[in-house]
Structure formats: structure tokens, C-alpha cells
Design a protein around this ligand. Structure first.
Ligand SMILES: [Zn+2]
Ligand SMILES: [Zn+2]
Length: 136
């Protein structure tokens, strides 16, 4: 399997016990299916382990059009991430494959983490402040 963006070979990388993705040996782009992507979003540190590429190069690759799926060779279409519209993924029109440029998984996860923090803060804000005043 070769990278649809830079044509370098893609290697199989395991994360944990039940996640396997293909990673480009050239640009570090990631290829997996949507179900796996969902797992990656939920797995702590999956971005730090798998997404080690150059984000600037990834951003450049993200602008490429007419990408063919490395798995089934069908054309890949650009789709916006449902939760974070600024992230554009390449989704295969033939199979359920999805390609992430270097930095995109990290982007996805970091914003997700921020969202968690925001939710937590909102929750805390709603609880009544305790009666104990700061000492003095
Ligand atoms: Zn590549
Ligand atoms: Zn495909």
C-alpha cells in the first residue's frame, strides 16, 4: 500500500490491542476506517503515539485534490469533521477508508480535550459556591 499523497510506502502500526492503522513512512499520514478513527478519538494518547509527522507538511497535503484511496483506488472526497469544522479529512467514496494528514489526529484530540475541559468548567460553574470563605 502506498501513500495517496506522497507515494511513499505505508506501514502497519498497532495501537493498544485492537487498533491497527496504516502510516506513511514518508509524510506520516494515517489511513484507517471510520470505526478505527472513532476508537482513536477515544483512546488516550493515540495521537501522541501515532501522529508524529510534520503538521506543516500535513497542512500542505491537506490541500491536495483528486486523491485515490490507497486501499481500493476509488476517489477520495474531502469531508469536514463533524465536531470540528476546521479539520478536513479525505474520505473514500468506495470503501469506509479515511486518510488523515500529519497533525490532524492531534488537532482532533486536542480540541476534544479542550471541549472536555470546557464542559467540566461549565459543570463546576453551576454548582453553588460553598459557604467557606477564603481565610483571613
Ligand atoms: Zn505520505
Ligand atoms: Zn477505498
Amino acid at each position: 500500500m502506498n501513500c495517496p499523497k506522497c507515494r511513499a510506502a505505508m506501514e502497519t502500526v498497532d495501537f493498544g490491542t485492537n487498533i491497527t492503522v496504516k502510516r506513511c513512512t514518508g509524510c506520516s499520514g494515517l489511513f484507517c476506517n471510520w470505526q478505527t478513527l472513532q476508537q482513536l478519538r477515544e483512546e488516550w494518547l493515540s495521537d501522541a503515539v501515532l501522529d508524529q509527522g510534520n503538521a506543516a507538511l500535513g497542512a500542505k497535503h491537506n490541500a491536495m485534490l483528486d486523491i485515490h484511496c490507497p486501499d481500493c483506488d476509488a476517489i477520495m472526497v474531502r469531508v469536514q469533521d463533524l465536531e470540528q469544522a476546521h479539520i478536513t479529512l479525505d474520505s473514500c467514496s468506495g470503501c469506509d477508508g479515511v486518510f488523515l494528514d500529519a497533525g490532524e489526529l492531534t488537532d482532533m484530540k486536542s480540541v476534544t480535550l479542550m471541549d472536555h475541559v470546557r464542559r467540566l468548567v461549565t459543570k463546576l460553574g453551576k454548582t453553588k459556591p460553598g459557604k467557606t470563605k477564603p481565610g483571613k
